[in-house]
Design a protein around this ligand. Structure first.
Ligand SMILES: *Cc1c(COP(=O)(O)O)cnc(C)c1O
Length: 353
């Protein structure tokens, strides 16, 4: 820290992204990226749009929001696009939390939530997951507060049903519920279809996972027009051109090639089934995941060691050195070949124990 660093952020611990090694080629199963390339139309759209780089992007992203509105059956005013969904999550913390309205989220969830709360000087309450890593809405406090729900949850992969979320929305009408659906396309239920019925529901999705666009940085928020206006106030106070031309064009093209991405998600679900079964056969505890990753723990090798041994063998997974989950590793679901390579190395590691 320099002696000039603002005292406002002196205690801030930033988010730690998963490794993106440049020095060696790994089988990369650590940051939940898609193993599949973007569709051909996306590549073409990016290349064409790059010829207009001298011009600012449309601050309203009208074409992209129009395409999203059509795709999901919403009004354009109900949508805001962002530089990754991370940016929109930050806006949601800024917009819908304060001293009298804390953020509320599980103790084990997306690691960015406490960072955004701290960054914005927002009080927050963490609700412990149950022993089996499930999150029961019965454990939520009755008080006012904005609940942030990653659904499916990260890093557990466990998903809530729309019915359950709808009950929560009805019970907490005086608070906003933010549902972070980063992984919803891999077999979970989205609450986008009920957005029109609740003025306290904000849904956030990303093109980073199921749509193979992590490097392009594109997310969107959907909710009633008033909630979206609040988020826009913050967007226009930070960066009006938050989504660049190429990314915007890529997003529109990806929506037109939806069948490609649906098929890829189906393959990921199939490989998830295969890998879950194989890991359980090896004695791992693996909760049922609806995401493109698994959270797995073995009695025979602790999470830190498994992570290091796999890395030595050329496979990257994610390990969180946090009290309740340090025995686990999080494994991104890749191609069938990648999963077979992973299982082969895990078997070898277990045999060495
Ligand atoms: C990956 C992820 C995001 C962020 O996605 P970007 O759009 O790449 O910023 C948001 N929430 C959760 C739970 C994620 O895992």
């Amino acid at each position: 820290m320099s002696r000039f660093f603002s005292s406002r952020y002196a205690g801030l611990t930033p988010y730690t992204p998963g490794e993106q090694p440049q020095e060696r080629k790994y089988i990369k199963l650590n940051t939940n990226e898609s193993p599949f390339p973007p569709s051909p139309g996306v590549l073409k759209a990016v290349s064409e749009e790059s010829q207009r780089l001298q011009l600012y992007s449309d601050p309203e992203s009208r074409l992209l929001r129009g395409a999203l509105a059509k795709h999901y059956g919403l009004q354009t005013e109900q949508l805001l696009v962002g530089n990754g969904s991370d940016e929109l999550l930050n806006f949601a913390f800024m917009a819908f939390c304060d001293e009298n309205c804390p953020a509320i989220f599980p103790d084990i969830t997306y690691g960015f939530y406490p960072v955004y709360a701290n960054l914005n000087h927002i009080p927050y309450q963490e609700i412990p997951l149950r022993e089996d890593l499930s999150f029961s809405f019965e454990d939520l406090p009755d008080r006012k507060g904005t609940v942030f729900l990653a659904n499916p949850n990260a890093p557990t992969g466990i998903a809530k049903s729309v019915t359950e979320i709808e009950q929560l929305l009805q019970k907490r009408q005086d608070s906003v519920l933010v549902v972070d659906e980063a992984y919803v396309d891999f077999g979970a239920e989205s609450v986008l279809p009920i957005v029109n019925r609740y003025d306290n529901l904000l849904v956030i999705q990303t093109f980073s996972k199921s749509r193979s666009m992590a490097g392009a940085r594109l997310g969107f928020a959907a909710g009633c027009a008033e909630l979206i206006r609040d988020l826009n106030t913050l967007k226009y106070s930070t960066n009006p051109y938050n989504v660049n031309r190429m990314t915007s064009a890529a997003g529109i093209a990806a929506l037109q090639e939806d069948a490609y991405y649906r098929e890829n998600a189906r393959i990921i679900e199939e490989n998830r089934r295969f890998t879950t079964d194989a890991l359980r056969e090896l004695g791992f505890f693996v909760p049922d995941s609806k995401a493109n990753f698994l959270f797995a723990r073995s009695e025979r090798v602790n999470g830190g060691k498994l992570y290091r041994d796999l890395k030595e063998r050329g496979i990257l997974v994610r390990h969180f050195d946090k009290p309740r989950i340090k025995d686990y590793v999080r494994i991104t679901i890749g191609t069938r070949e990648q999963m077979e390579a992973l299982l082969k190395e895990i078997k070898a590691i277990l045999e060495e124990q």
